[in-house]
Ligand binder design. Sequence first.
Ligand SMILES: [Fe+2]
Length: 169
Amino acid sequence: MDDEIAVIGVSTARSAVFKGGRINSAQIARVRERLAGVGEGVIKLVVTHHPFDLPPGHEPRAIVGRARLAMQAFAACGADILLAGHLHTSHVGDTTARYAIERFAALVVQAGTATSIRARGEVNSFNVLHIAGSRVRVERYGWDGADFALAGGDTFERTTKGWRRKLAA
Ligand SMILES: [Fe+2]
């Protein structure tokens, strides 16, 4: 944590039996407690392996177990950005459609595959988040055969209803 961001990691990996991963009530309580104490102007990020939302075409069971319970706590403590991997697919969205919590929408930033060969049809990629107050720019860098190059980006703003994509002017 510094003056601008607070980052908390949660291990959602479980035994090989639970392929989708899970967050338990002790972990949820810890995130809520730690992030609730963070000042208003600080952007709060939660990092998990398994995702809280899905790009189109992925099965719902890929979502981390107890996600709804966790999201209520994330809303209560004002989590801003949820970072995840696992799917090997890049995607940026927000929690509005899946969780429908009033006056709350966290950004959901899904990383692709940076270095492994499990690329699932996408080039290797990683995301860079530029955070400036209540505005976040998410940039995606993709492998072009020789190097990672800027391949796209979106800007989001924190509104009274949560995070929203900023439409190009
Ligand atoms: Fe995984």
